[in-house]
Design a binder for this molecule. Structure first.
Ligand SMILES: Cc1ncc(COP(=O)(O)O)c(C=O)c1O
Length: 390
């Protein structure tokens, strides 16, 4: 079966955060502006998902959902098939997305003002949910070693505040696209065990890994971490279902699972969106062929962007991505202050990209560019950047 990732879908005026929220969030107001920011794709979801949702729409009844065991089994089977790790379906709790699960974990396992460790630059919602829960972020800058990030455990051992309780680990990492190897994961887990930290392993980008790399599931690499581990996983990034707001918190330790579920119950979050549950279950049951077709398309976009941006913006340095569709590009050597290059991207190139400072220390002069869009959009973006910076 072939899938058409080149098809342009007009998403304007559809309540799309990526398209319709660009002006408010980034100040990109031109009528022909192109959004390359929020982490979602411009491709339609797998046909099986479309059919399953269409069946719901044809029925026209949108009542409450029950029977999430089939959803949990589908996620467990997906992880076994794609990542050689099979959690017991009973370990999995649906949540209204990954960020919601991060918030619940903070509320269940830390106190106000406690520190939460984040390896920066890091996905900006980490900082937001930490601040919204009146916890404090401890940014541990990663080391950029010849264009590849690694976590700095020596630095963390020296700088970590005594009241740190939780680590948010992004695996694969956003931004920068690192696929952590088993040794790095082992080091992190040993650190958490030694320092009595709860480890939240956000593995939402796990399926979006490029050739030559393999995602390693934290729980699989270091089984001894189970007593202090929450794994966050789901189908929403992989299959472009972010707006359906469903994630999975996978917890093998019964005590941690009980506390996590109690916190979810306290907030009335143990009732799930019917459309979201059906969409994500269907994707994980029937989406393999679609994903297998998507990955080479994304990989070709990654390579195209990396090759062309250095010509379009002299001095730009893209990091080599092992995973994710979020290019991370260093603009510090283009010979222009940040304020000016961001204004040029916004007003002259008419592109909505994520500003690096959003991602914390280490992101200052970088931009993040989402390339999960038809190739023709990416070509247009390169043309506009070239007209702006050459
Ligand atoms: C690392 C990471 N975690 C979580 C999310 C968001 O997940 P959700 O929409 O399920 O809250 C994103 C989205 O970009 C992400 O990059």
């Amino acid at each position: 079966m072939t899938f058409d990732f080149d098809r342009i879908i007009d998403r304007r005026n559809t309540h799309s955060s990526k398209w319709d929220g660009m002006a408010a969030a980034l100040g990109v107001t031109a009528h022909d502006a192109l959004p390359l920011w929020v982490a979602e794709m411009d491709f339609s979801a797998p046909p099986a998902v479309q059919q399953a949702l269409q069946a719901e729409i044809d029925r026209g009844t949108y009542g409450y959902y029950t029977g999430d065991h089939t959803w949990r089994e589908a996620m467990s089977a997906w992880l076994a098939r794609r990542h050689q790790w099979q959690p017991d379906p009973d370990w999995i709790t649906p949540t209204p997305g990954i960020v919601a699960a991060l918030g619940l974990a903070l509320q269940a396992f830390s106190e106000e003002n406690d520190h939460v460790v984040v390896f920066s630059p890091a996905y900006h919602a980490f900082g937001k949910i930490i601040a919204a829960n009146n916890r404090r972020i401890h940014n541990q800058p990663m080391i950029n070693e010849q264009g590849r990030y690694r976590m700095d455990f020596d630095g963390l051992a020296k700088s970590m505040p005594a009241d740190a309780k939780v680590v948010f680990f992004c695996s694969p990492h956003n931004p920068g696209g690192r696929v952590w190897d088993a040794e790095e994961i082992r080091q992190l887990c040993e650190f958490c065990i030694e320092r009595d930290l709860l480890l939240i392993s956000d593995e939402i980008h796990a399926d979006l890994v490029y050739s030559g790399c393999r995602h390693r599931v934290t729980a699989d690499v270091v089984p001894e971490i189970a007593r202090r581990l929450i794994t966050l996983s789901g189908a929403t990034k992989t299959f472009n279902l972010a707006g359906t707001h469903v994630g999975g918190a996978i917890i093998s330790d019964p005590e941690i699972r009980k506390r996590f579920r109690a916190m979810a119950a306290r907030s009335g979050l143990l009732s799930f969106s019917t459309l979201g549950m059906i969409a994500t279950e269907t994707a994980q049951r029937h989406g393999d062929a679609w994903l297998d077709a998507l990955l080479p398309y994304l990989e070709a976009n990654r390579d195209y962007l990396a090759a062309e941006i250095v010509k379009a913006v002299p001095g730009a340095r893209p990091m080599h991505l092992e995973a994710t569709y979020l290019a991370w590009i260093d603009f510090s050597a283009i010979g222009m202050p940040r304020k000016d290059f961001m204004a040029a991207i916004r007003d002259r190139a008419r592109l909505g990209v994520s500003p690096g400072p959003q991602f914390g220390p280490g992101g200052e002069d970088w931009i993040r560019v989402n390339f999960a869009t038809p190739r023709s959009n990416l070509e247009l973006a390169i043309t506009r950047l070239s007209e702006t910076f050459c």
